[in-house]
Ligand binder design. Structure first.
Ligand SMILES: Cc1cc2nc3c(=O)[nH]c(=O)nc-3n(C[C@H](O)[C@H](O)[C@H](O)COP(=O)(O)O)c2cc1C
Length: 494
């Protein structure tokens, strides 16, 4: 019988679920998941900050291609760290055919994050990617597999072709991934390619095929994945619209409530009975960060839960401590307020935003920030004529977006998540003008419930405390009888 974790600590980008958090969770026998999003730029910033604590160096020393590791160290490491008021260096933005330096950064940074999350224990570690952020996929997945990643989890799009990529890399083959290009001409070449042999310094290492979990929000999407994916789908995370991060848009025509948030209805609910019939393990996510909800999920036949918000505020997470403390204080007071913003994310997906004065959720801060696009993970590839591909982001300067064929109205309310999410974890860019990029924290609607993890007299809590609390009403602790459906659910994959 296959072993599955009861708790998946959800991937939280950028760098909120970092190697430290994932390590702590996996060490406890649950599944720690690092975020793979924008790891290349994050790696550059950690090196520019002088690699405090030396973890990046440790990871680089374990990297199987030492010349590549050396090139990156030499280019980006700043002994003692850059001056606090100096801008961070920025690696070139991704495109369909990345230049070698960018590919190498992706391989190395994904390797290091997974390597560090696996240090000191033998349990699996997962990595999370957003399907929509396609350009770094192949090199990132390869880097994570080089470090022996146990699970790849992906949502925010339909990751039909990822299972085949995992199979190809495990067989030491090159792999392709079709880039979605708006308005692509008939027959236009939009494939991305990655051949491990182009990067290996010696014989190709033997790699294991990680398990693949698709993050979905409907029965239809799960069925499509099982029918049409390019390889094995090992399970699903079913995410409800109250989860932190990006949410799937509601079905049908978008309707907003009085506050301006998308309205979700019955059609957005997953039918559990139908889901169980798929015979594939699943985890429930979005508001499942409490012992009662874990128990409820198990009783529904789930293998367990995926939890984000509760882990985002642990001592181990990458979230900036001032942001952690302010929002924890709000949770304790019961005043935490989360807005499901239909516009903020350039992806077009609703995005949950914690309301926090002085952050980018503040209308005044949003208005005064100078638009700039220099990280570009959410850029939309579009057909630019003569077989060329252009890249645009609805949060970039409006004139640039419009010059690239984008509609001015689509830029309204958009926020630069790339820079904001870097700021959330203490790597805020400082512009030559002195302007500092503001943070924009995403959390689930259940923000206020995290107060339950604070022991009396304490103002912080650890990942171990969350795991212990979440399992407190299951077999590991109380007299929990596993539901009969558990057997049936496993049958198809065991
Ligand atoms: C700070 C934060 C960042 C997140 N980033 C991602 C992400 O990069 N990719 C992803 O698939 N899910 C992301 N999520 C969703 C979580 O992985 C998880 O599914 C969700 O938080 C579960 O719901 P909960 O917040 O109610 O616990 C994020 C959630 C949070 C709170």
């Amino acid at each position: 019988m296959m072993q599955f974790p009861k708790i998946i600590q959800g991937g939280m980008g950028v760098g909120v679920s970092n190697w430290r958090l994932a390590n702590a969770v996996s060490k406890l026998g649950q599944l720690g998941v690092v975020s793979g999003t924008a790891l290349d730029q994050l790696f550059v910033r950690r090196l520019a900050d002088g690699d405090q604590g030396g973890a990046m160096r440790r990871g680089l020393d374990a990297f199987p291609f030492p010349d590549m590791a050396k090139r990156i160290w030499q280019e980006y490491f700043v002994p003692g760290g850059k001056p606090a008021d100096a801008p961070y260096p920025v690696a070139p933005m991704h495109q369909r055919r990345d230049i070698r330096k960018v590919v190498e950064l992706c391989i190395v940074s994904n390797f290091v994050e997974v390597f560090l999350a696996r240090e000191g224990h033998k349990n699996p570690v997962g990595i999370n990617f957003l399907e929509k952020v396609q350009m770094p996929h192949l090199s990132s997945i390869y880097g994570a597999m080089l470090a022996g990643v146990g699970y790849v989890l992906m949502g925010a799009g339909i990751p039909l072709h990822i299972p085949g990529v995992l199979d190809a890399f495990a067989a030491q083959h090159p792999s392709e991934y079709k880039l979605s290009v708006t308005g692509a001409e008939q027959g236009q070449d939009t494939q991305m390619l990655f051949d491990p042999a182009d990067y290996a310094e010696g014989p190709l290492p033997i790699l294991h095929r990680p398990r693949f979990l698709a993050i979905v929000s409907s029965n239809t999407l799960a069925t499509t994945m099982l029918r049409r994916a390019s390889g094995r789908v090992d399970g699903f995370v079913i995410e409800t619209p109250i989860a932190g991060g990006h949410n799937a848009p509601p079905r049908g025509k978008l309707q907003l409530n009085e506050a301006g948030e998308p309205i979700y209805g019955d059609r957005d609910r997953v039918n559990m009975a139908d889901f169980r019939m798929l015979g594939v393990p699943f985890w429930l996510a979005g508001g499942y960060g409490s012992p009662e909800m874990v128990r409820e999920a198990l009783d529904e036949g789930a293998a367990g839960v995926q939890v984000g918000t509760a882990f985002a505020f642990t001592e181990e997470s990458g979230l900036r401590s001032d942001l952690k403390n302010s929002l924890l204080a709000q949770a304790v007071a019961g005043t935490g307020d989360v807005f499901t913003d239909p516009l903020a994310s350039p992806t077009g997906f609703p995005f949950k935003v914690a309301q926090l004065q002085g952050s980018y959720s503040d209308a005044e801060v949003a208005q005064t920030r100078t638009r700039v696009c220099d990280l570009g993970y959410l850029r939309e590839p579009y057909a630019a004529g003569e077989g060329k591909i252009g890249y645009r982001c609805a949060a970039e300067p409006v004139a640039n977006y419009v010059a690239k064929g984008g509609k001015a109205e689509d830029t309204v309310g958009r926020k630069c998540l790339c820079n904001a999410l870097m700021a959330n974890i203490g790597h805020q860019q400082i512009r030559k003008s002195g302007e500092v990029e503001p943070p924009l924290v995403t959390v689930g609607d259940d923000l206020n419930t995290i107060a339950m993890f604070l022991a009396p007299g304490r103002d912080s809590y650890s990942a171990a405390e969350v795991v212990e609390s979440l399992l407190s009403m299951t077999a590991e602790n109380a007299a929990y009888e596993p539901a009969v459906v558990e057997e049936r659910v496993w049958a198809a994959t065991a």
